[in-house]
Design a binder for this molecule. Structure first.
Ligand SMILES: [Zn+2]
Length: 71
C-alpha cells in the first residue's frame, strides 16, 4: 500500500505533505493504534497530530477528509 501523499489533522487542520516525514511517522502507526486502543478508543488516523496535546487530533489521509458525504 502506498503511503498517503498528504495527511491532515481531523481536529485542527494541520497538514503534513513531506514524503520523508510521512513515511517516518507511518512506522509508528502500530504503536499509536495500540496506545489509542488501550485508552478504550478507536483510532481515527494513522498517527497523532503534532499539536495533539492541544487538539487531540489524529492525522488522516486528506483524500478521506475530502470524500463527499452521503455518497
Ligand atoms: Zn491537530
Amino acid at each position: 500500500m502506498a503511503p498517503p501523499k498528504k495527511l491532515i489533522c481531523d481536529r485542527c487542520g494541520a497538514t503534513l505533505d513531506e514524503k520523508d516525514k510521512i513515511e517516518l511517522a507511518l512506522e509508528g502507526t502500530a504503536s499509536w493504534h495500540n496506545f489509542v486502543k488501550e485508552q478504550g478508543n478507536e483510532p481515527r488516523g494513522v498517527f497523532p497530530c503534532r499539536n495533539w496535546i492541544r487538539c487531540r487530533g489524529e492525522m488522516i489521509d486528506s483524500k478521506d477528509k475530502d470524500k463527499p458525504r452521503g455518497g
